[in-house]
Write a protein that binds this ligand. Structure first.
Ligand SMILES: NC(=O)c1ccc[n+]([C@@H]2O[C@H](COP(=O)([O-])OP(=O)(O)OC[C@H]3O[C@@H](n4cnc5c(N)ncnc54)[C@H](OP(=O)(O)O)[C@@H]3O)[C@@H](O)[C@H]2O)c1
Length: 373
C-alpha cells in the first residue's frame, strides 16, 4: 500500500489516497487555531508536500479555524493549479460565522445550502468533491439531509456525499432512505478511529461494509498521544505538543492508565520494527477492515514526511495481535456482548447445512456442522 495507490471510496467510482491530508490546524483563528494552529507558511508547506508525494485527498470543514482553513486551501489550490486532480472534502453543521442566527448552524436544508455556497466562495472553486454532514444535530430528520445532498449533486455543487460523527442507526436510516428513493448514496463515514478509540468497531465496521460507505479515520494518532512524543518508558508523560497545550489531553480525558498501556505496547512494537510509533499507529488504522483512508494531521513538514511513510511496511501478524490485544475496549456493547459468548442453542441452523449441495450455503452460515447429541 503506498501513496501512489488510489482506492475506491465506499461503493463509488471515486479514487482516493489511503492517507488523506487533514487541515483542521491550517491557520491561527478560532479557539483551537489560536493555540495549536499552523501559520500560513507552514500550512502551505504541508499542502505542497502532501501533493508532491502523490496524495489527492484533502479534508477540511467550514468550522476549521473559523473558515481560515478553507480560505488558505482556496488560495493554495488557485496558486498551485491542478484543482481537478484534488478530491476536496468539506463539511457543514456548525455555526462559526453568524452567532445568534438559529439557521446558520445545524444539519437542516437552509443551513446546508447556505454553508455550501460559503465554502465554495472560500475554496475558490465551483464544486466540492465530497461534502459531509460534520456532526449530528439531534434534530434534523435524515430524509431532509439526504434529499438536500441530492439537490446539491444535481445542482453541480458537490459530487459525492457522506456523514461524519453520527450514530450508526442514523447512518443506516439515511442510506436506506437514499437507496429506497434512488437519491445520491452516501459513500463515506468520517469517524474517530485509532488504537485508543476503537468503540466504533461493533456497529460501524459492518455498517460501512454492508451499506457501501468507506470509513475515513480522524485523529488516528489520538490527537498526538500515539505520535511518540509522549513516552511512559522515558517518564515523558508530559511531552510538548497539542495535548499539553491549554486545550490539551488531560482535559479531554486521554491520559488514562489504559491509554498509557497502549502507548507502551506501541513503543515496543515500533522498536521491534525499527519504525516510528506514529507510523505503526497509522499503519494499524489504515489496514483495519472498512477503512478507506486515514486523515493525517501534522504541525510540521518533518512530522508529515514521517507520517507519509507509514504505509511503506507491513505490520507482522504477531505484532498486530499485540496491538489488538492491548487496545481492545474493556467492554463490548450489548447486543454484541451476546454474540461473543457460546450459545447453548443452535442459532445458525447448522444442522441443516449438510442437506444442501456444495456451494449452496452462503459463507456467513457455513461452518463446522453442529454436533448432535
Ligand atoms: N470529523 C471530525 O469530527 C474531525 C475531528 C477531528 C479531526 N478531523 C480531521 O482529522 C484530521 C486529523 O486529526 P488530528 O489532527 O486530531 O490527527 P492526529 O493524527 O490524531 O493528531 C495530529 C497531531 O499529532 C501530532 N503529530 C502528528 N504526527 C506527528 C509525528 N510524526 N510526530 C510527532 N507528533 C505528531 C501533531 O500535533 P502537535 O505537534 O501539535 O502535538 C499533529 O497536529 C484533522 O485535520 C481533520 O481534518 C475530523
Amino acid at each position: 500500500m503506498s501513496m501512489q495507490n488510489y482506492y475506491l471510496l465506499g461503493r463509488s467510482g471515486l479514487r482516493v489516497s489511503p492517507l488523506s491530508l487533514g487541515t483542521m490546524t491550517f491557520g491561527k483563528d478560532g479557539p483551537y487555531g489560536g493555540v495549536w494552529g499552523s501559520t500560513d507558511e507552514v500550512s502551505r508547506a504541508l499542502f505542497d508536500r502532501y501533493l508532491d508525494a502523490g496524495g489527492n485527498f484533502i479534508d477540511t470543514a467550514d468550522l476549521y479555524t473559523y473558515g481560515t482553513a478553507e480560505t488558505l486551501l482556496g488560495k493554495f489550490i488557485a496558486e498551485r493549479g491542478g484543482r481537478d486532480r484534488i478530491v476536496l472534502t468539506s463539511k457543514y453543521s456548525y455555526n462559526s460565522t453568524t452567532p445568534g442566527d438559529p439557521n446558520a448552524g445545524g444539519n437542516g436544508r437552509k443551513n446546508m445550502v447556505r454553508a455550501v455556497d460559503a465554502s465554495l466562495r472560500r475554496l475558490r472553486t465551483d464544486y466540492i468533491d465530497l461534502y459531509l454532514l460534520h456532526t449530528w444535530d439531534r434534530i434534523t430528520p435524515a430524509e431532509e439531509v439526504v434529499r438536500t445532498f441530492d439537490d446539491l449533486v444535481r445542482a453541480g455543487k458537490i459530487r459525492y456525499a457522506g456523514l461524519s460523527d453520527v450514530p450508526a442507526w442514523y447512518a443506516a436510516r439515511a442510506q436506506t432512505w437514499a437507496e429506497a428513493h434512488a437519491l445520491t448514496p452516501l459513500i463515506n463515514l468520517q469517524l474517530q478511529y485509532s488504537l485508543i478509540e476503537r468503540t466504533l468497531e461493533p456497529e460501524f465496521t459492518p455498517l460501512a461494509q454492508t451499506l457501501g460507505m468507506g470509513i475515513t479515520a480522524w485523529s488516528p494518532l489520538g490527537m498526538g498521544l500515539l505520535s511518540g512524543k509522549y513516552k511512559p518508558s522515558e517518564g515523558r508523560l508530559q511531552g510538548e505538543g497539542r495535548l499539553t497545550s491549554a486545550v490539551g489531553g488531560d482535559k479531554m480525558g486521554l491520559f488514562t492508565e489504559r491509554n498509557w498501556a497502549v502507548v507502551a505496547t506501541l513503543e515496543k512494537v515500533a522498536k521491534e520494527l525499527g519504525r516510528e510509533m506514529s507510523q505503526v499507529a497509522l499503519n494499524w488504522v489504515a489496514t483495519q477492515p472498512a477503512v478507506g483512508s486515514v486523515i493525517i494531521g501534522a504541525s510540521s513538514v518533518k512530522q508529515l514526511d514521517g507520517n507519509l511513510a507509514a504505509l511503506d511496511f507491513t505490520l507482522p501478524p504477531e505484532l498486530r495481535r499485540q496491538l489488538d490485544a492491548v487496545s481492545t475496549p474493556s467492554s463490548v456493547p450489548f447486543p454484541h456482548s451476546m454474540f461473543a459468548i457460546p450459545h447453548q442453542f443452535d442459532l445458525q441452523g447448522r444442522a441443516a447445512v449438510g442437506d444442501k449441495p456444495a456451494g449452496y450455503t452462503s459463507p456467513v452460515f457455513a461452518g463446522p456442522p453442529a454436533t448432535v447429541a
